[in-house]
Each structure stands twice: as C-alpha cells, then as structure tokens.
Design a binder for this molecule. Structure first.
Ligand code: ADP
Ligand code: MG
Length: 323
C-alpha cells in the first residue's frame, strides 16, 4: 500500500493510455470522440459493481477488472453495437497499488481484445464501487431491441446458462461442487465472455435480444413486456455444461432459469431465419440453442421435454425486492 499515491498520480499511472480512436482521452475536463458516421447511432450503457453486492471484498482484482468491463460490453452485444470507448468511475477505500495493478491488467486485457479504449472517468475515496459507461456504434434501425419479438419467433440462447449461479451457490454454502467443477464454474462467474461478435452477427437476423444478467426467465420477461407478446420455454432444452447436468434436476433448473450473471444473449428470430442464425453463430464461433417460441398470447409458459407444463417458480434477481 502506498499512502503517498495521490488521485492524479493514480490516474496517470494506472488509467492513462494513448488513445487511437478518440481525439482526446484522459487528462482534460472532457474526452473528445469523433461523432458517429452518417447513418450510425451511438449506443450508451452504464453498469456498476458494488462491493458486498456484486462482489466480495476479497475478490481477485484482475477478475474484477475483467468483469466490470465485461458486463458493460455485454450490453453493447445485446443491441448489436460495435464497442468504441468507455469511462471508468472508481471509488476505492485506499490507493492499493497491487490491487490497482491487477485490476488494470484485467480491465485492459479485455479492452484490448475488443478494441475499446478508456477515455476518462472519475476517482474518489469511498467504499469500493466500480462504474463503467460504454459507448458503441450501430447502424440506424439495426439495433437489436427488447421490443422487437414477434409471435411465431423462435427463442434462442447462446452458449450455456446456469454455471454462474452454480458457482455462487457453492460460494454461499448452498451446495458443494466437486473440485473438478469448481474451476470451470468459477471462471464463468468471475470472467464472463461478452458475446459481442454474436450480437454484431445477429444484426438484421434477430428480431429482439437481451443479455442474461438477472436470470433467463426474468430477462425474457423484459422482452415479452416490451414486445407485448408471450412465450413458451422448454426448460430441458436450455443448454447446460456437464457440471450442471450432474446436478439434481431442480437445482439445475433453478440455476438455468433463475440464475443471473451468465451474460449470454437471449434473442428471437423468425423460423425462416434458422439457417441465418446458425451462420451468425458460426461466424461468431459461439453456439446457439433454440429453447422456445414466442406467442401472441401474453404470459410465460414453462414446459419440460415431454411438453408437460411446469410450475414457474423461477423469478430472477431484483436488487430492491430481495434486499
Ligand atoms: P474533473 O475534476 O474535471 O472531473 P478529474 O480531476 O476528476 O476531472 O479527472 C482528471 C482526468 O482524469 C479527467 O480527464 C478524467 O476523465 C480522468 N479520470 C479520472 N478518473 C479516471 C479513471 N478512474 N479512469 C480513467 N480516467 C479517469
Ligand atoms: Mg472529477
């Protein structure tokens, strides 16, 4: 720990890097970015990670740097936007250089992988709190919105869902995972992979999309409400890793349907677009699975592989309801 490291030394040392796409980055009162090209829109989103709420005080700082940016990139992915720049508002209890070094390493590794650059932010002393705002670009009329689902659409999800919740349950002592399953599920929870390439490839193919952060059914609920439609979801069709498939059925369903923090994309597309969806998935090297269907009748119907109707007790996470 270095008590002598001041606010501006800290910013200069850990968060100032040359910018390429921005005209002006960290160091002045505002960053300056080129306006979007004609026919493009700016996509903007913020996500905050709060200690004690989203992560524990002993969370590995490198993973936190990754996750703070990953959850924001996931929002760009969900609308099909190309990442451009981000800001970082940081509250820290002290200027701990080892912590900052590791945090910046995780942050910039993911930033470089997605060619997105840090252009500014704010730094203050306080309970640890990480807030990132991302900016991206998307051609006009092509953003994937929650409101675009149509009756008859297939419902798809990327990757697998439920591992992050499975890891959380182990960490909270709700159940115990075999040692072999811990590393893989912890990685899913701590270092989510934002599906940016898939979001881009789904432009013009998907009708609606959202990223799964609060729970698959809860996030699907947002699509249904905004689109004024309903859906049937086959619980048994939800893609699961081997670690999840080894769990008792009810636990698996809880993790997959109500568990958040997976950051997969949940999207709808016309049945006629199935080949196009698979082509987008191949282009993004991300598997996709069909798990249900959009209907004009409102409400969410949950079924199993035999078509039996299941009781839907899988509400997602809501910060104020569960507080
Ligand atoms: P102001 O007081 O005008 O808001 P600050 O003194 O807070 O500016 O910040 C100085 C510069 O450092 C600004 O360009 C700001 O965007 C940048 N900055 C502050 N904190 C961070 C951070 N955590 N990451 C990146 N840039 C930061
Ligand atoms: Mg400031």
């Amino acid at each position: 720990m270095t008590a002598s490291l001041g606010e501006f030394d800290l910013i200069a040392r850990f968060f100032t890097r040359p910018v390429r796409r921005a005209a002006l980055g960290v160091g002045d009162d505002c960053a300056l970015l080129p306006a979007p090209a004609a026919g493009e829109q700016l996509a903007v989103s913020s996500d905050m990670l709060v200690e004690g709420r989203h992560f524990l005080s002993d969370a590995e700082p490198e993973a936190l740097g990754h996750k703070a940016l990953a959850v924001n990139l996931s929002d760009l992915a969900a609308v099909g936007a190309q990442p451009l720049a981000f800001t970082l508002a940081l509250a820290l209890p002290q200027a701990d250089t080892a912590w900052l070094e590791a945090f910046a390493r995780g942050l910039f590794a993911l930033a470089d992988a997605h060619a997105i650059e840090l252009v500014g932010g704010d730094t203050t002393r306080g309970p640890r709190n990480l807030c990132i705002t991302v900016l991206g670009t998307v051609p006009q009329e092509q953003a994937l919105l929650r409101s675009g689902a149509r009756p008859g659409d297939d419902l798809w999800v990327s990757g697998t869902v439920g591992d992050a919740r499975l890891a959380l349950g182990h960490r909270l002592g709700e159940w115990e995972l075999a040692p072999a399953d811990q590393a893989a599920t912890f990685a899913r929870m701590d270092r989510p992979a934002p599906r940016v390439a898939l979001g881009l490839a789904l432009r013009g193919v998907a009708h609606a999309a959202i990223d799964v952060s609060d729970g698959l059914l809860a996030d699907l609920g947002h699509i249904l409400r905004r689109s004024g439609v309903g859906a049937t979801v086959d619980a048994d069709a939800c893609p699961a890793t081997a670690a999840l498939r080894a769990q008792p059925l009810q636990r698996r369903r809880l993790c997959q349907l109500a568990g958040g923090d997976d950051y997969e994309l949940l999207f709808t597309a016309a049945p006629a677009a199935r080949d196009a969806v698979q082509a987008a998935a191949a282009q993004a090297a991300t598997a996709v699975t069909r798990i249900g269907r959009i209907a004009s009748q409102p409400g969410l119907r949950l079924i199993d592989a035999h078509g039996q109707v299941l009781d839907n007790a899988f509400a997602g996470f809501d910060h104020f309801r569960s507080a």
